[in-house]
Design a binder for this molecule. Sequence first.
Ligand code: G1P
Length: 194
Amino acid sequence: QGIPLGLGHAVSMAEAHVGNTPFVVMLGDDLIDARTPILPAMVAAGQAAGQSVLCLMEVDPADVGKYGCAAVEATADSDVMRVTGVVEKPSPGEAPSNLAIIGRYYLQPSVFQALAETTAGRGGEIQLTDAIAKLIDLPVNQGGGVLAVVLRGKRYDTGDKLSYLKSVISIALDRPEFGADLRAWLERHLGERG
Ligand code: G1P
């Protein structure tokens, strides 16, 4: 009662289904172009290291406050970075980088204990980012360690109405079965309005 249910709460609900195995979280409002998938690389890195893996994307520094933000350092593998800190929706000046956390996570089941120990954060919600911060400090043999891969492909944010509309239109324009018709319709429609 009174506590807004956030992403951290939603993920903790999965414990009964997931049990003691690594698992993937995919946020439905983050669409990643199927032609440039990122999950296979995340799962491979996570399985090889026995650690959790985040998906990061470079954003305009002015926009980083809309996301979780990660501090990273290089590893021997140029495609994989070690996460050294995370902050949920940092205020200006608080962001450790312009690397935003995107809605794909490969998580060790140790995150459930971390979530159970996480108190309300940004927006009064139990934040998944805050639980991930606890994993960074935990030894690997206790389910700790957080790595990251950077998304170079296209990602669409459908989290608000305008970005949802833009996402649907740009994805449809790229589809062979709709692209040409939709483009012609848009051009005609815009011409009539212009
Ligand atoms: C959630 C996460 C945030 C992440 C974002 C990606 O925020 O809390 O760390 O950067 O998803 O879309 P939300 O968009 O639910 O506010």
